[in-house]
Design a protein around this ligand. Structure first.
Ligand code: PHB
Length: 390
């Protein structure tokens, strides 16, 4: 009912708008929905930085059309706001492509509008596996939690970790991480001896840490959305002496995101994670990327979100080249499927079956490199498809 109502409004409004404002043929509009304020504002900054860096390096014109970015702030975990911003972008701004999406609730809220309006939707962070199944016009350039979780579960069992307490944020990506960790780890003979889900907004970890310590797992596996929550968790982990009690900390790389690594300080040393991007990734493409990023944004460190924004813009521009500027959903998605290129993170491919990303996942450890904390890669698994879809 609600959906039909939205669709109805949309049809009327877009018809009216169509009469009033003919689409400017020489411009292609990309509406980016991102958290630009609130606790997740760094996501918006990083994704936007990456996207803009790509355009500044490669030009903002494709097939004779100029790319116009319109950025809308959805303030974080606020699906109603994301949806309203998308409606405005589609109806008022008449955008050709929707992009961005820092958090899963935002991507979930907008996916039905991508279906109704028949617009491509390029997801540049939101990493719950099922996001891409919510609209046939979604394509993702970030990662999925099952994709980055399975490798650390395999690594753990091979490295003497037999019992694990899982700690995850209580929403889509956390549920995915928890399920995948348990699946991979248990299948290899490991035991998950406790599971904890923490609130997405303002969690307080202190009360849980003693309980986990008392249950004496070999390790904690954790996923919380990148940012301040990880800093708070690590602080508590250190203060309560979990490391001294022999408990290791393993996680997906969201925890030791370069954006907050400096704030974590030495408490992060030795934390082992699995992830698709590290600022310290050793390749000519990443060296060029990190140097260009530092020159353009000296106040930030490049992280996985910036790379996803950069690659997302690469995908948009190269796809529009293939379609000769046709951004209509069917043409765009058909051309995007199977795209493959060398990103700063290594080779990435858009899976033609799922529209999700296939990429190498690296195992890394935080080390101090020339006075700077870095996620140093020491192992990898090439061409990982999202196990959440298998
Ligand atoms: C998500 O909401 O999908 C999300 C947010 C932050 C992350 C990973 C996933 O670090």
């Amino acid at each position: 009912m609600l959906l039909r109502h939205t669709l109805g409004l949309f049809a009327v409004a877009s018809a009216a708008w169509g009469l009033m404002a003919p689409v400017q043929a020489n411009t292609l509009k990309i509406g980016m929905i991102l958290p630009m304020s609130g606790p997740f504002a760094a996501y918006g900054t990083q994704i936007q930085n990456g996207a803009k860096l790509y355009l500044s390096q490669h030009g903002d014109t494709v097939a004779g059309k100029k790319i116009e970015l319109i950025i809308k702030d959805d303030t974080g975990v606020a699906p109603e706001v994301s949806k309203r911003q998308a409606q405005e972008l589609l109806i008022k701004d008449n955008v050709d492509i929707l992009a961005g999406f820092g958090l899963t609730p935002s991507a979930f809220a907008v996916a039905p509008l991508s279906v109704q309006a028949k617009k491509p939707m390029v997801v540049m962070n939101a990493a719950t596996s099922s996001v891409t199944s919510k609209s046939p016009y979604i394509v993702r350039t970030s990662f999925t939690l099952p994709q980055t979780t399975a490798p650390i579960a395999s690594w753990a069992i091979k490295n003497g970790i037999n019992t694990v307490y899982t700690v995850v944020a209580d929403y889509g990506p956390g549920h995915d991480a928890e399920a995948q960790f348990k699946k991979t780890f248990s299948a290899a003979g490991g035991h998950v001896i406790g599971e904890l889900r923490t609130p997405v907004k303002n969690p307080d970890f202190a009360p849980y840490l003693q309980k986990i310590k008392d249950s004496k797992p070999d390790a904690i596996f954790m996923f919380v959305p990148a940012g301040e929550q990880g800093v708070a968790f690590l602080k508590g982990f250190k203060e309560r002496g979990l490391a001294e009690a022999g408990i290791q900390l393993i996680a997906t790389g969201d925890l030791t995101d370069e954006d907050v690594l400096d704030a974590m300080g030495d408490a992060a040393l030795g934390v082992t994670t699995s992830f698709h991007y590290s600022e310290a990734h050793d390749s000519p493409e990443n060296l060029a990327y990190t140097q260009a990023y530092a020159a353009a944004y000296p106040k930030n460190r490049p992280n996985f979100m910036s790379v996803s924004g950069y690659d997302g813009m690469h995908l948009i521009m190269e796809t529009l080249k293939k379609t000769q500027g046709d951004a209509s959903a069917d043409a765009f998605i058909a051309a995007a499927k199977g795209s493959s290129w060398i990103s700063p993170r290594g080779r990435i491919t858009i899976d033609p079956e799922t529209r999700d990303i296939i990429q190498t996942v690296y195992i890394r450890k935080v080390e101090n490199i020339n006075g700077k904390l870095q996620n140093v890669e020491f192992d990898h698994i090439a061409d990982v498809k999202d196990p959440g879809k298998q």
